[in-house]
Design a protein around this ligand. Sequence first.
Ligand SMILES: Nc1ncnc2c1ncn2[C@@H]1O[C@H](COP(=O)(O)OP(=O)(O)OP(=O)(O)O)[C@@H](O)[C@H]1O
Length: 274
Amino acid sequence: MMSECTHECSTCGESCSQRQEPQSLLKELNPAARVGKVYGVVSGKGGVGKSMTTCQLAVTMRRRGYQVGVLDADVTGPSIPKAFGLHQQATGSEAGMNPVLTRTGIQVMSTNLLLANETDPVIWRGPVISGVVQQFWTDVLWNCDYLFVDMPPGTGDVSLSVFQSIPLDGILIVASPQELVSMVVEKAVKMAEMMEVPILGVVENMSYVACPDCGQHIHLFGQGKTREAAERHSLPLLAEMPIDPALAALVDAGDIESFEGSWLDGAADRLEGK
Ligand SMILES: Nc1ncnc2c1ncn2[C@@H]1O[C@H](COP(=O)(O)OP(=O)(O)OP(=O)(O)O)[C@@H](O)[C@H]1O
C-alpha cells in the first residue's frame, strides 16, 4: 500500500501521477544584475594560492578593460577583501546588495564585508554558509562581464551547493607542483566532471623561484613533471606562477592590484575564448 504523500519526490520511490521530474537547483540571478561569464576557482586543498589566483585573474581581466566581479564563496576563510585592501561594510537597499568596489573598480562581495568586525570568526553550520553563498548570487547587484567565484577549499557541501546553484561556465584549478604530481586535485577534477562543468585548465602556483640576481628560474620541485602530470589527465596547463615574495607583500598591504607579471596571460586568453 502507498504511504501518505509527503510531496518529497526525491525521497520516494513511487511512480504516481503527481510525481514531479527532478528540478534544476540553479538559482536566479538578481533581476537587476548582469553577469556575463562565471568561472569558479578551485583547489584540492587549502593554502595553495586559490585566492591569490582569483585576485590576479580579476586584476588581469580588469586591465584588459572588462567589468569584473569576485564572489568570495570561501565564507569561513575569506581572503579576497584583505588582498584588495577593503575594510568597509557592503551596503544594500530594497533592490539588493551592492558589491564593494576596489581601487580599480573590481566588484567584490564577501562575508568579511558584512561582519560588524572583520576579525570575527564565522561560526555557522553548512546550510547557513551555503545559503549565504547563494545570496551572493541571487541578491547582489553585479554588473560584470566576468565573475570569478573563489570556491571553498575541498569538495564538501558548500562546494557542492556552489556547483548546484550557480551556473558556472567553467572552473580553473589551482595547484602546487606536488599536488599536481600526486593528483591531490583529482577529487576537484572529478567533482567538476560529475557536475558537468567544463574544466578550463590548471594554474600551477609556486612553480619556481626567480633568482633575484641573475633571473634564472629555480624549479624547487623539478621541471616538466607537472606539465606531464597535467597532460596525463588531459588538463591544459594554463599558467606557471612563481613564488614571489613581492606578491605576498602586496596581499599583506591590500594592494594586489599593483602586481606585475604576465604569467596569467595564457589563462586570460583562454577566458576570452582565444
Ligand atoms: N605565488 C606566490 N608567491 C608568494 N606568496 C604566495 C603565492 N601564492 C600564494 N601566496 C601566499 O600564500 C598564502 C596562501 O595563499 P592563498 O590565500 O591564495 O591560498 P588559498 O589556496 O586561497 O588558501 P585557502 O583555501 O586556505 O584560503 C597567502 O599569504 C598568499 O599571499
